[in-house]
Design a protein around this ligand. Structure first.
Ligand SMILES: [Zn+2]
Length: 302
């Protein structure tokens, strides 16, 4: 599943190569690609053909293209669901079709914007923009209005998010992954942020100090920023690409996927445990697992 830094790389590629172009024609061949559109492939074609792509926007891991310069509530946008393996490719219109090509927009500069998706969890939808549920006035694709701000947004209020997290009596990592609390932090970067912070993800959020929670949010932003700078330079100009492997970001990881390897800080082998149907990776020394509460004693704050 692509994480925020990879989606941002795609967004930047679309901004460079697709924004400003007009959509001359649209073909949607995969029924699954259009399954979120009530009117099916025909509706996507009808609502995209002849429109100008005016912006490439992202919140968290959500990506969309704005149309005709209209960013007001109710205006159409192309909401791109990358799913597990979706790719947005900019290629010459006459380039041969590639396997798993499910949709393409023919642009007015001789290129195609192609949607390629091997595992078909992704898709395109043309939906109206609507105001975010968080009251910030930010416009999002209507199906994504519940998605909270991500740590890179100018309007991201780290103190308010940390307070929200502390009010919830559940494990910290569960809240970091909750896109309605803070968006864009996936499993990989949650583990990395927790490792950098020296906090175990199963700690109860309400038992942590506000400073500790803010520290984790700050590290989440930092670790994704590092990944973006490491990976953001490696995409080919005409190959706006995202895939689920995230291979070129792996070299900067200290916890995720490093079970059994020494912790870069203290040398203790990193541990993997099951968490929310996925894996959590942590250093058992730098990130002490939560102790069981003693009966009758309040949880200690750290
Ligand atoms: Zn360690």
């Amino acid at each position: 599943m692509p994480e925020l830094p990879e989606v941002e790389v795609v967004r930047r590629g679309l901004e460079s190569h697709v924004v400003g172009r007009e959509v001359l024609d649209v073909e949607v061949s995969g029924a699954r690609t259009a399954r979120r559109q009530p009117g099916g492939p025909e509706e996507i074609v009808a609502r995209l053909r002849g429109r100008a792509v005016s912006g490439a926007r992202r919140r968290g891991k959500y990506l969309w293209l704005t149309l005709d310069g209209d960013e007001t509530p109710g205006a159409d946008c192309l909401f791109v669901h990358l799913g597990m393996s979706g790719q947005m490719l900019v290629t010459d219109h006459d380039a041969p079709p590639v396997p798993h090509l499910h949709a393409r927009a023919v642009l007015d500069d001789g290129n195609d914007l192609r949607f390629v998706d091997q595992r078909t969890f992704g898709g395109w939808t043309v939906v109206p923009l609507a105001e975010a549920a968080d009251g910030t006035g930010v416009l999002l694709p209507a199906p994504a209005v519940h998605v909270a701000a991500d740590p890179f947004e100018p309007g991201f209020d780290a103190a308010a998010v940390a307070r929200t997290i502390r009010r919830r009596d559940t494990e910290l990592k569960r809240l970091l992954l909750d896109q309605r609390v803070v968006s864009g932090i996936g499993n990989i970067y949650a583990d990395e942020a927790l490792w950098r912070s020296g906090v175990h993800g199963r700690r109860r959020a309400g038992a942590l100090t506000l400073a500790a929670v803010r520290g984790v949010l700050g590290h989440a932003r930092e670790v994704m920023d590092d990944a973006l700078r490491a990976g953001g330079t490696s995409f080919d100009a005409l190959y706006v690409n995202v895939n689920g492997a995230s291979g070129y970001f792996d070299r900067s990881l200290d916890a995720y996927g490093r079970a059994g390897l020494p912790c870069a800080r203290c040398g203790t082998p990193v541990v993997r445990e099951d968490f929310m149907n996925r894996g959590s990776h942590y250093c058992p020394v730098c990130q002490a697992p939560p102790r069981r509460r003693q009966p009758g004693r309040p949880a200690r704050r750290q």
